[in-house]
Design a protein around this ligand. Structure first.
Ligand code: TYM
Length: 333
């Protein structure tokens, strides 16, 4: 519980590429939806982005852009603590401590690590391997109750839970055990070219994803090229992954259920569905894009947000870190 008796929410997005509608529909939109119900911490996880090579200039810009996107998507900086992960050193310190409680076997079983390391090959870093421990530190330092994320992060949250339980059992109750918060729709937006795969900001083919900041004509082009099938019926089913993905996107943006969408498009082809998905996305994203542009022109404002938030985040995180250190037998300074 936070100071105001609200439960605590924590989440983050990596500034490792431009954010996609997967990040928007699977994470951001839910953060906005729950902002009055939880005391929330949303972090731009720049340390996580370092697990794969980044261009320093690009990383700086993308970190600020992520923060601007958080605000432009509707997160009120007065209600939410919006900060940059590396501004709170406790995350790195707690990661070391938790590393000493995490088993190599557990980390080897993380599907995201297996996928990514296969792609990277020889030069996969130790950071990529221990990345879920940093994520556990992020979550546990804030006594987090819920972690709003897309489906792909569920396994990492389970590890955070396991580490919290292990530490609590070995010492004494220290951490709140966090729960994932995964919405019914939008939690797994698929790749537009290979709809069996999750949409990812690191895909090689730009037609595979739509970025939050893609202009209307790009959105139109990408949706028109989205892979469907030759069945010709708008149906939400496993054997029509491309069409089902378009239905998911439309459903998450408009709040119509997939069933209602199937009904609405009875007897119509995919062209109408694609046109409507395009319109819905453009309508949803245009105001976000306009505000991001304005915010990026006001760096002083962004700086005031991340500085104030870092003060609050440091205060809370340090309290938990001190508790961990004390229980482990480290001498307080
Ligand atoms: P990241 O940066 O890959 O993704 C950020 C958020 O977007 C969601 N997401 C999706 N949701 C639906 N469909 C998709 N195609 C899609 N792609 C991404 C993710 O589930 C996530 O919620 N390790 C995390 C970041 C992180 C974090 C944390 C999250 C670091 N510390 C603490 C929660 C709590 C990551 O790489 O997410």
């Amino acid at each position: 519980m936070g100071n105001n008796n609200k439960k605590i929410a924590f989440s983050g997005i990596q500034p490792s590429g431009d954010l996609t509608i997967g990040n928007y529909l699977g994470a951001l939109k839910n953060w906005v939806a729950i902002q009055d119900d939880f005391e929330s911490y949303y972090c731009v996880v720049d340390l996580h982005a370092l697990t794969v090579r980044q261009d320093p200039k690009e990383l700086r810009l993308r970190t600020l852009k992520n923060l601007a996107i958080y605000i432009a998507s509707g997160l009120d900086p007065k209600k939410n603590t919006l900060f940059i992960q590396s501004h709170v050193p406790a995350h790195s310190e707690a990661t070391w401590l938790l590393n000493c409680f995490c088993y190599i076997g557990e980390l080897s079983r993380m599907t995201q690590y297996k996928d990514k390391s296969q792609k990277i090959g020889e030069s996969v870093s130790a950071g990529l391997f221990t990345y879920p421990v940093l994520m556990a530190a992020d979550i546990l330092l804030y006594n987090t109750d819920v972690v709003p994320v897309g489906v792909d992060q569920k396994q990492h949250i389970e590890l955070a839970r396991d580490l919290a339980v292990r530490f609590n059992n070995l010492y004494s109750p220290t951490f709140t055990i966090p729960e994932p918060y995964i919405a019914d729709t939008g939690a797994k937006i698929m790749d537009l070219q290979e709809p069996e795969k999750k949409m990812s900001k690191s895909a090689d083919n730009p037609n595979a994803y739509i970025l939050i900041l893609d202009p209307p004509n790009t959105i139109k082009k990408k949706i028109s090229r989205a892979v469907t099938d030759d069945i010709g019926v708008v149906r939400y089913s496993e054997d029509q992954p491309g069409v089902s993905n378009l239905i998911s996107i439309l459903s998450t943006v408009t709040h119509m259920t997939p069933k209602d969408i199937e009904k609405k498009y009875e007897g119509m082809g995919y062209a109408q569905l694609k046109a409507d998905v395009t319109d819905a996305l453009v309508e949803e994203l245009s105001p976000v894009q306009k505000t991001v542009k304005e915010l990026l022109e006001d760096k002083t404002y962004l700086e005031s947000i991340y500085k104030n938030s870092a003060d609050k985040a440091n205060y809370v995180a340090n309290k938990t870190l001190r508790k961990m250190q004390r229980k482990l037998g480290l001498i307080p300074r």
